[in-house]
Design a protein around this ligand. Sequence first.
Ligand code: PHE
Length: 333
Amino acid sequence: AAQRAFASVADAAALEEARVQFTGAKAGKLKAAQQGLGKVDKADKPAAGKKFNEVKTAVEAALEAAQERLAGSAKTQAREAFDPTLPGRPLRLGHLHPVTQTIADMKDIMGRLGFTAVEGPEIEDEWHNFEALNIPAIHPARDPLDNFYLATASAAAGQRTAGAVQEKPLLLRSQTSTVQIRVMETTPPPVRIISLGRVYRPDTADATHYPMFHQIEGLLVDRGVTMADLKSVLRLFCQSYFGKDEVHIRFRPSFFPFTEPSVEVDMNWQGGWMEMGGAGMVDPNVLRAVGYDPEEVTGFAFGLGVERVCMRQHGITDIRALYENDVRFLSQF
Ligand code: PHE
């Protein structure tokens, strides 16, 4: 009876009920049988004891078998509960920072226009950041308060005025125009490059300023390059970037020591002009500084703010949001 009962239980509750009924320590049937052994005749005792043990072993084996059977079917049920038709849980993938994406797009577009991307150091000397760019020592742009001079370098600058050992002052570059010089110093014309990277200025951070930002610098030097080429390249660049034909470029007269004439570049897209940066024809003094002959070649250069373009594209209104590293913000792009 016990074997049949154990073999037929279907769940844990029924098994427990059967276990109590047959092997329970208080009122189980085995217990009762064991107590019954005491009343058996002396002569029959060995045989009865043996029989009892056999029954006990058999009942316990049946109990164990039933326990195993139920555990096994619990596993099968878990396996059957897996529904392969349910949609999968999406993996959370990271992605590139919006400014990095903008930089990649810009490189791609300018690459198609034939410009090679080059890089330059973020720690620069005064020759590349100022001197060769026609920015003389007395120029206000070189004011230590407007630049991040390195501490060791400014100490050395102090020594120099005191007539001691001369050491080159170093600073975090304030513009990517430094790369123009580095490229022209090492390659003969024609030159057709862009340089994208970080620049540093001691500005107080607000919605439109940040002490570190990115510029895209473009430089083209060849025979017979004109302002018209500059405007065409900038227009094609902006139209490709925003993917629209109705992007317009406007030049406003300006001044930079390293370009003559110089302009501010504005862009119009979906109404309203936006300032993009500066540009102009490379100043003959700059061409001379790198050993080019200004009678032979001319060139244009431009330097645009990467964050501005990125913010305009995504409708971001505060540059600081780009550098707070708030994943909830960044994951939108
Ligand atoms: N270097 C200038 C700036 O940082 C921009 C510029 C680049 C202007 C090249 C003219 C030519 O504002």
